[in-house]
Design a binder for this molecule. Structure first.
Ligand code: AGP
Length: 607
């Protein structure tokens, strides 16, 4: 997730406005930033690695002349956070400048093709193919608009793009496919931006661009067309009544709720990983003697789910270990034949990095999954994958967890393929199921939120909750419990349901809310038994079950139904969503701020 802003003024200087607007998008990414403007028939660029304020202190963004410009604040996906990889990116002649948020999936093919035709590339980004494609159109005599549309038709993937050129200094062309983009209209110029807060101080009249649309901005008007057939779209501007603070959260009361709702998008992004990195990670794992999945907190629960995925799909044993326990517990067994797959949203968690360092010293191979390019984990890993969830501001991990699960599921599938453990039909079925996940999560968010809210209100005063699941749903029980604990401070227990009769069942008495995670997998029969066990002792049963599962519904006091179309091995992704919402609404009901739970920090960088 990155932020882009572009602007075309009737009079005045664009750069101070672009700079201010970018700062309001810094929540979308902050590892590098840049501005390009048009002045006197030339493009002027200032960009660098670092946060906007740091770069401004060094380069002074506000001094770039010109009424027209594009700008970008970056959250790296392809290429480290360096000056070369910072946006805007230019074509060979420096006549076209482009800013981009999203992932161009076919950039490697396009790049090879463009290099063959003599184009020179400076960065390692996917974005840089765009200015070169536009350059070719301009060289062939096309207008900036037509050259851009031709380039867009070659792109696969997600993008919000804004493009300027010295060939037409009174225009900005911008386009959207699966990455957000809004247009702003005002008396003194027109804007486009990744998000409304960026432009709200200048105008509250906005047009939201839809997927597959391209817009031509001129100082006094905007024209919107469909990329596919060039048909003009007429859409009235909306007047936004939000304050800037409300707009930063896109109207949601908290970042946590916004991030829960962003999951269909972050999951779509997590499906856009580069195959060669997935292959590389799977190959290292396949060749190892011992595999440890190393992580803390929520990331550890993603690893627990992954250990089931690796075993069930690829017949490969991988041991999930809490980072802070790793050295004591397994340190002596680590050697050159060991692979450590470290999972950390921030890539900076002290406990995880300490265990990784220890394993490196003993010649183990380190692999990483993180959300932050350039984080320490990416620097110490032999190979790593960036999950592409965009910055997560709420202390409680939500969208980063489901994206970790989706990345790990893709690795499990690769492993199954390499090891020949699944038939082609099974692989195809799983792939189709993976691709359906973002839509299923979107559907859950649309259909279940009110129901979950009711349940949260009903049980918000309870003193103790139990979370139970079997098999892979154990991970969901643990993560559901952690969400509730950390933001609502409600004491809760989570166990594999089969373990409950070995101790935890003693806390059950009349009315104790007990949450069962019951997807329709091979554990369902036994979970029915566990539900009855708890019910007969007076527990209130709250079930997360498959749509239409009458047996579970009959045994439950409250039910959230989850759509059917997902393979059971992927069930931790849809089944955690109602539990995230449950924790959120219980915290709100208790008058707590879910974004700032007491005693907790987003990234724990101390021992
Ligand atoms: C999750 O909601 C927590 N805030 C916490 O458990 C977190 O997952 C843990 O600190 C690990 O962080 P990491 O993924 O950045 O390493």
């Amino acid at each position: 997730m990155c932020g882009i802003v572009a602007l075309i003024l009737k009079e005045g200087q664009a750069s101070p406005i672009l700079h201010e607007a970018l700062k309001r998008l810094e929540y979308r990414g902050y590892d590098s930033a840049g501005i390009a403007t048009l002045y006197d028939g030339k493009i002027f660029v200032k960009k660098d690695a670092g946060k906007i304020d740091e770069i401004h202190a060094r380069l002074n963004f506000d001094s770039i002349p010109g009424k027209v410009g594009v700008s970008h604040t970056r959250w790296s996906t392809h290429g480290a956070p360096t000056k070369e990889n910072a946006h805007p990116h230019l074509d060979c002649k420096g006549n076209v400048a482009v800013v981009h948020n999203g992932v161009i999936e076919n950039f490697l093919e396009l790049k090879d093709e463009l290099i063959e035709r003599g184009h020179r590339f400076i960065s390692r980004t996917d974005t840089e193919v765009v200015p070169h494609l536009v350059e070719e159109g301009l060289d062939a005599g096309l207008s900036l608009y037509d050259a851009t549309v031709n380039a867009l038709r070659r792109l696969k993937g997600s993008y919000a793009l804004a493009i300027i050129s010295t060939k037409e200094t009174d225009k900005v062309v911008c386009a959207r496919n699966e990455s957000p983009l809004v247009l702003g209209l005002s008396d003194y110029g027109t804007f486009c931006a990744s998000d409304i807060p960026a432009i709200l101080p200048y105008t509250n009249k906005v047009i939201v661009l839809n997927n597959g649309e391209v817009a031509l901005l001129e100082a006094d008007k905007v024209t919107v067309k469909r990329i596919s057939d060039g048909v003009t779209v007429s859409r009235d501007a909306k007047v936004i009544e939000w304050s800037i603070e409300q707009a930063e959260k896109q109207g949601y009361p908290h970042f946590m709720l916004k991030e829960i709702h962003e999951q269909s998008t972050s999951l779509r992004n997590a499906l856009r990983l580069q195959e060669q990195y997935l292959d590389l990670i799977a190959t290292f794992l396949d060749r190892s003697e011992k595999i440890f999945l190393l992580a803390a907190g929520t990331s550890h629960y993603a690893c627990i789910a992954a250990s089931y995925m690796f075993s069930k799909l690829a017949r490969l044993a991988a041991c999930p270990v809490i980072s802070s326990e790793f050295i004591e517990n397994y340190g002596d067994s680590v050697g050159i034949d060991t692979v450590i797959l470290a999972v950390s949203q921030s890539g900076e968690t002290y406990d995880t990095l300490k265990a990784v360092d220890y394993a490196r010293m003993k010649a183990a191979t380190i692999l990483g999954i993180t959300n932050v390019v350039g984080s320490t984990l990416t620097r110490v890993s032999r190979a790593y994958i960036v999950q592409q969830s965009g910055p997560e501001i709420g202390v409680a991990a939500t969208k980063s967890y489901t994206a970790q699960l989706l990345v790990l599921a893709q690795i499990a599938l690769k492993l199954a393929k390499i090891r020949g453990k699944l038939s082609q039909d099974e692989i195809d079925e799983l792939k189709a199921s993976l691709n359906r996940i973002p839509d299923v999560v979107e559907n859950i968010l649309e259909t279940c939120e009110e129901k979950v809210k009711e349940i949260a209100i009903k049980y918000s005063k309870e003193k103790l909750f139990l979370f139970l699941g079997r098999g892979i749903s154990t991970a969901t029980a643990l993560e559901g419990r952690l969400k509730l604990l950390e933001i609502s401070y409600t004491p809760s227990l989570a166990y594999p349901a089969g373990e409950s009769k070995h101790g935890p069942i003693s806390v059950v008495e009349d009315g104790v809310p007990t949450i069962f995670i019951c997807p329709n997998d091979e554990t369902r029969k036994e979970i029915l038994g566990n539900i009855m066990e708890m019910k007969s002792r007076g527990a209130k049963i709250i079930s997360m079950c498959e749509e239409g599962d009458q047996k579970i519904k009959n045994l439950s006091d409250d039910v959230v139904e989850i759509p059917k179309q997902i393979h059971p091995i992927l069930s931790p992704i849809p089944y955690i969503v109602p539990l995230q919402l449950l924790a959120y609404y219980i915290a709100v009901e208790k008058g707590l701020d879910p974004d700032k739970p007491r005693n907790l920090a987003k990234s724990v960088t101390v021992p």
